[in-house]
Structure formats: structure tokens, C-alpha cells
Design a protein around this ligand. Structure first.
Ligand SMILES: C[S@@+](CC[C@H](N)C(=O)[O-])C[C@H]1O[C@@H](n2cnc3c(N)ncnc32)[C@H](O)[C@@H]1O
Length: 468
């Protein structure tokens, strides 16, 4: 950016709308200005932090008028914690903006003929809708400006969430509106216990300390899994912490711990020890049981996941004689969910542990018409694989945020399945892939689904039908 632009202040910028990734947009001298943490309708002074020939980015430094659509955020951590950035916008408008994001991405990126985008499916719960939260212990609690200015001494140990873009600063959480059940009580009790006992909280810069991470997972069936990660292999300290949780929360059905002395908090490659209860929890959907192990992925809004899967199944229009491919199947949840309506379902996914769970879930539910394979999609889904299995009548694909690899899109074009149901958590990459698929497919249904109220994220399901 030119020096001239950096730190330049634009006065009285009217925020017009919300664009991709939740950024708000205004215009100044013909250029788009992206601003975070504002709402459409706000009138603000903006300090420019980044500028290119066609756009600028900035931060609001003074509000002259607040949008009439603003509401009071309900969480005391709003603004510091990066979790629920849209709490200042009412839920109906959040849904409108999410719907508009899908429309914009398809118009701007896909640039193909699309049907009317169906009204977004809202989440029945807009608070306490998550089934999994991941907290970090830190000896470097984030202090607010008021706290710093007060000159007082504050407790610096914290258990909470990372401040956006600051890997070593943690917002100490007193109440989180994202997860219900025992979640808030477990976190607060464990923090209080650790402070009383003088246990060390992790130093993220020096990579040392005893207490490192806390994961709480819950199900709609009332089960809960609590996983504590320790940065030191101190057997008596671990026993003390785990026994405290065990005694205080007998309702925990799976109490686990991990000794993690690596450079990061991921634990796919580490041993998970069971302190008490089972080593999995179980979710239920239409009478189907889904085992969720500590390393398994499961959609984080369980109730809305059911709505999402119903849309995918409805779009697939299964009659019972179809071969369905479920690409990026994870733990096989969609595959198992549609299995009773299909002749055969084949799920592919690259995490081997997830494929093991997918097979187990079929077994637990007595489903015998599923097959699961582990491997990278672009390598596994090839002519040889197709020759060894039946050709798909329906493909359901649910890739990660980056969308599908170009080779996978080419393979889908080559396969010519009559129907593709494309589920995505990133409409931008979905629109890009759909543009490529439009060589042989028409888009006949687009259904946005809100899985994450209070955030800008939107899930979207598209149905593509092979051109005659
Ligand atoms: C959005 S999740 C979908 C999970 C599943 N459909 C569900 O609803 O639970 C995407 C999945 O794609 C898998 N994945 C990512 N890249 C992959 C690749 N190159 N090949 C195969 N699977 C991949 C991830 O491990 C993850 O399980």
C-alpha cells in the first residue's frame, strides 16, 4: 500500500452491506472499503490499514450513527472473543445477509444460470447450539483497555478462547452462550480448582506448563465427553485434576485425558487415556446411532445437522435402487443417514480413523449396504476404483472449505452421474466448482442452511442435474 494511504482516515463512511467472510462494505471515491466489526447502516470514521488499487481495508475508529438494525449483544465477551461476531445484528437479518452471501457468490463467481435461491433454513436454536467447544489454558490472560488503565493487578491465568489473530492471548471466559449442558460449569470449576491448587497454566510462547487444553463435547441424548490435555507428564497432578472432575461431575459419560508435549494442541497422533466412563459418546438421528470418539469429526450443531442431512437426502431423491457415492464422508454420517433409501452407498475420506468410525457406525446400526475407503479423493477416485465398484447414480459431496481439487471435479465430469448433491461450508469455493461442473450440469436447486447463528458462516446445498 502506498505510504500516503496507510493510516489515512476516511470520515463519515456509510456502511452499505455485508460481503463475503462477514466483512462490511462502504464506498469512498469509487473504491470499495472493507470494515470489520460494524453493521450495515453505521456511519463511521475509518482508519485505513491496507490498500490496493481496487479496494481498501480499515477499522472503525469513531461511530457517528449506529445502524437502526443493531441490537445489544447478549454476551459480556462480545468484541474481544472472536466467537460470535454477529451478536449485534438481529437473527432475521443475519439470515438475510447469509442468504445474500450465497446469491452474491453464485452471481460473481459461478456466473452460470441459477434457479431462485431458496429461503435460508434458520437454526431453531440461536444460542447453546454447539456440541463441542475447545478451550485453552494460558498464563497470559487478555486484559481489556479499562483493566490496563486501572493500574490494578489482575489474575493472569486464564481458561478460554484465543483473541483473534493473537496466538498467545486468551480471553478468560465466564459464560459462553455457544454450548449448553454442563459446559460452563465444568470450565469454571476446573479453572477455580486449578487456581486454588496453584497448578500452572500453559505458557503458549515458551511452550510449557501443566494445564494445556480442555475440550467439552455434548450430545442431544444427554451424554458428554470431557478431554483435558496436559503439557507435563505428572501422574499425581493428572490424577488430582481428573479425580476432581470425576467427583464433581458424575454426569460426564466419557472422561479422558491426553499428555501433549508437542508444539500444538492437535492430538490425532497422540494416545487418549480413559479416566472414567466410555471412550466415546453417542449421538442419535432418526433412530440411527452415531459413535463419536475423541478424534472423530461430527457436525457441531447437531440439531441443524439433521436439517442439513434431510435437505441432502431430499435433493438426492433416492428410490432405493441407486448407487450413491458420499465423497468426503468423514465418519460416514451422511452415508449411513441415506443408506436405507439406497441400494449401496460408498463413502470416501482421507482420515483413516474417521473411516474406521464410519464402518463401526454402519455395523452398530445394522446397515450392510455401505462401503468405506480411506484415501485422498483425487488419487482414490479414479477409473480403476470405478471399474471395481458400480458407477454412481447420485454423488453427494461435502468437501472442506477449500472445495474440491480440480482433478476431482474433472473426475465428476467424466463420471456423468445423473445427480450431484454438493454440500458446502464455503459458498465461494462451491460456486467455483459448480462453474466447472456446469459444462455438463444444470443447477436446479440451491438451499442455504444456517448452522452457525451469531457468525457470518453459511452452509449451502446445491443440486446439479446432468444435462440431457
Ligand atoms: C466438511 S467435512 C464433511 C464431513 C461429513 N460429510 C459430515 O457431515 O460429517 C469434510 C471432510 O473431508 C475430509 N477431507 C479433506 N480433504 C480430503 C481429501 N483430499 N480427500 C479425502 N477427504 C478429505 C476431511 O477429513 C473431512 O472429514
Amino acid at each position: 500500500m502506498s505510504r500516503k494511504m496507510k493510516n489515512k482516515v476516511i470520515n463519515n463512511l456509510r456502511i452499505e452491506r455485508i460481503a463475503a467472510e462477514g466483512k462490511c462494505v462502504g464506498h469512498h471515491e469509487g473504491k470499495v472499503v472493507f470494515v470489520q466489526n460494524v453493521a450495515p447502516g453505521d456511519l463511521v470514521d475509518v482508519r485505513i490499514t491496507r490498500g490496493k488499487s481496487s479496494f481498501m481495508e480499515g477499522e472503525a475508529i469513531k461511530f457517528h450513527e449506529y445502524s437502526k438494525d443493531r441490537i445489544e449483544p447478549f454476551c459480556s465477551h462480545f468484541g474481544t472473543c472472536g466467537g460470535c461476531k454477529w451478536q449485534h445484528i438481529n437473527y432475521d437479518l443475519q439470515k438475510t445477509y447469509k442468504w445474500q452471501q450465497v446469491v452474491d457468490q453464485f452471481e460473481r463467481i459461478a456466473k452460470v444460470e441459477i434457479p431462485e435461491v431458496l429461503p435460508i433454513l434458520g437454526s431453531s436454536e440461536t444460542r447453546y447450539y454447539r456440541n463441542k467447544l475447545d478451550y485453552t489454558f494460558s498464563n497470559n490472560r487478555w486484559l481489556t483497555r479499562n483493566e490496563i488503565d486501572s493500574g490494578e493487578e489482575f489474575e493472569r491465568n486464564a481458561l478460554g478462547f484465543h483473541v483473534p489473530k493473537m496466538f498467545d492471548k486468551i480471553v478468560d471466559i465466564n459464560h459462553c452462550y455457544l454450548q449448553g449442558g454442563i459446559s460452563n460449569e465444568v470450565r469454571n470449576s476446573l479453572r477455580d480448582f486449578a487456581l486454588d491448587e496453584g497448578l500452572t497454566f500453559y505458557d503458549l510462547k515458551k511452550q510449557k506448563g501443566f494445564l494445556r487444553n480442555l475440550i467439552i463435547r455434548t450430545t442431544t441424548t444427554g451424554e458428554s465427553m470431557v478431554i483435558v490435555q496436559f503439557g507435563e507428564n505428572d501422574a499425581s497432578g493428572i490424577e488430582k485434576v481428573m479425580e476432581f472432575l470425576n467427583m464433581k461431575f458424575p454426569e460426564i459419560t466419557s472422561l479422558l485425558y491426553i499428555i501433549n508435549q508437542k508444539g500444538n494442541e492437535t492430538f490425532n497422533d497422540l494416545n487418549v487415556h480413559t479416566f472414567s466412563g466410555k471412550d466415546y459418546i453417542e449421538e442419535e438421528m432418526e433412530g440411527l446411532k452415531f459413535r463419536i470418539g475423541p478424534k472423530s469429526f461430527y457436525q457441531t450443531n447437531s440439531k441443524q445437522a439433521y436439517e442439513l442431512y434431510k435437505v441432502a437426502r431430499y435433493f438426492a431423491e433416492l428410490k432405493g435402487d441407486e448407487v450413491v457415492y458420499d465423497l468426503y464422508t468423514g465418519t460416514g454420517t451422511i452415508a449411513n443417514f441415506v443408506a436405507k433409501q439406497a441400494k449401496q452407498v460408498i463413502g470416501i475420506e482421507y482420515v483413516e480413523a474417521a473411516i474406521a468410525d464410519a464402518k463401526l457406525n454402519s455395523q452398530v446400526n445394522g446397515l450392510e449396504n455401505t462401503l468405506f475407503y480411506a484415501g485422498d479423493m483425487k488419487d482414490l477416485l479414479n477409473d480403476e476404483f470405478i471399474a471395481d465398484h458400480a458407477k454412481p447414480d447420485v454423488i453427494i459431496t461435502d468437501p472442506p472449505r477449500a472445495g474440491m481439487h480440480e482433478d476431482v471435479v474433472k473426475m465428476l465430469l467424466h463420471l456423468e452421474a445423473p445427480k450431484i448433491v454438493y454440500v458446502s461450508c464455503n459458498p465461494a469455493t462451491q460456486a467455483r466448482d459448480v462453474a466447472l461442473l456446469s459444462e455438463k450440469y444444470i443447477i436446479d436447486k440451491i438451499q442455504p442452511v444456517d448452522m452457525f447463528p451469531q457468525t457470518f458462516h453459511v452452509e449451502n446445498v446445491v443440486r446439479l442435474t446432468l444435462k440431457k
